[in-house]
Design a protein around this ligand. Structure first.
Ligand code: CA
Length: 202
């Protein structure tokens, strides 16, 4: 039914209610239909990030540190893609004294999640990939294991790369000028020398 007709029928119904006149069956059905359709609209709003995003423009480096927090900490960034095409969100992680734990990695364009296996709840790494841009390094490679400490759910990614950082990444297709809200939770099992984390979008 056209909007003008809907308004007209609604006014007629309101008028008849005020006058306490009997409402024709057809108009009553319309009232029920309007009530039913207005209560089943699904939300399409952007999810609220778990912490306030830092605006980074189109910078490639979102976060870079040589220390870590033993409690899970929230990180969020507002990033605008300078290009249209494949973009890689990458975590370069080195932890000589202990282990990095990473969980709930999300990239939202409006209400659309761009990544898969964001909380590692499949129990495996895919479609994230582990690469070694800094050489073979030592220690245990980044991966999803039962001993990783989750922020939520049952699984997380953990990384015990020593001597140099290995890289965990996932690609998505970006649109030039689109704003993306990136967020993740990160913790280190202990602090000390020989730790680094670098998060990039490029
Ligand atoms: Ca998880």
């Amino acid at each position: 039914m056209q909007r003008q007709q809907q308004v007209l029928v609604r006014r007629q119904v309101q008028h008849q209610l005020r006058q306490q006149l009997p409402i024709p069956q057809q108009q009553l059905q319309f009232v029920f239909i309007v009530l039913a359709t207005t209560t089943t609209t699904s939300p399409t709003t952007t999810p609220t990030p778990p912490c306030v995003p830092t605006s980074v423009g189109s910078a490639n480096i979102l976060y870079n540190a040589t220390t870590g927090n033993v409690q899970y900490s929230c990180f969020a960034y507002a990033w605008t893609s300078p290009t249209t095409g494949p973009v890689t969100l990458a975590f370069q992680l080195r932890n000589d004294p202990s282990i990095w734990n990473l969980d709930d990695v999300t990239v939202y364009a409006g209400a659309t999640e761009m990544l898969n296996n964001t909380g590692f709840e499949t129990g495996s790494l895919s479609p994230w990939v582990r690469t070694t841009p800094n050489g073979a390094c030592g220690g245990l490679a980044g991966g999803v294991d039962a001993f990783c400490i989750p922020f939520s759910g049952f699984y997380a990614l953990c990384d015990e790369s020593t001597g140099c950082a290995d890289e965990i990444s996932q690609q998505f297709t970006a649109t030039a000028g689109q704003l993306y809200i990136v967020s993740f939770w990160l913790k280190s099992d202990s602090t000390g020398a020989g730790m680094s984390v670098t998060v990039t979008l490029s």
